[in-house]
Design a protein. Structure first.
Length: 172
């Protein structure tokens, strides 16, 4: 039975390494094939479970006095726990994560931002806007008749020729 555990452990680890290496070489086509599988059968969860089964079996058969059936049962439980944990704490959150912060400049209109480089009257400065989990910065001018200092909250009212026109934002 120990041979089975070693095969699962080493075979699963080798498959995981091969999947990473060949996916990088193949240009991501493997991801397309894997996307056809249901989320619960994601290779990270399945292979993680197989490796856990093998590893737990090796450790239990070497360091405990459990019989073959008990070792297999505890190893299977460890594999199931790890596979479910990988699915719910890694695979599922990553599949729901935003893949890019791509946006259109036109989406800035109506967004609230913060001046990062002061905007003088008749001149240009810089304004930061939050998109996704990051900040994007754009050249900005103001429709106000006074300069906007750094740290000032502003509202994007227009985007033209790559320049965002902003006005002071007040929360009433």
């Amino acid at each position: 039975m120990t041979e089975l555990y070693w095969i699962c452990f080493l075979g699963g680890a080798a498959f995981a390494v091969a999947l990473v290496l060949f996916d990088a070489v193949a240009g991501g086509w493997i991801d397309g094939v894997l996307d056809a599988l249901p989320d619960a059968l994601h290779p990270i969860a399945v292979v993680g479970g197989i490796v856990a089964f093998g590893g737990a079996g090796i450790l239990l058969s070497t360091y405990t006095l459990l019989g073959a059936f008990a070792t297999a049962a505890v190893s299977a439980a460890a594999a199931a726990l790890l596979a479910v944990g990988l699915f719910f704490f890694y695979v599922k959150p990553m599949s729901e994560a935003e893949h890019s912060i791509a946006y259109s400049m036109q989406e800035l209109t109506g967004k609230i931002g913060e001046v990062s480089v002061p905007i003088p009257v008749g001149g240009y400065g810089e304004v930061g806007f939050t998109f996704g989990h990051g900040m994007v910065y754009h050249i900005a001018d103001t429709s106000e008749r006074e300069p906007l200092p750094a740290g000032e909250k502003v509202l994007a009212i227009e985007v033209k020729d790559g320049v965002v026109t902003v006005c002071r934002w007040t929360e009433d």
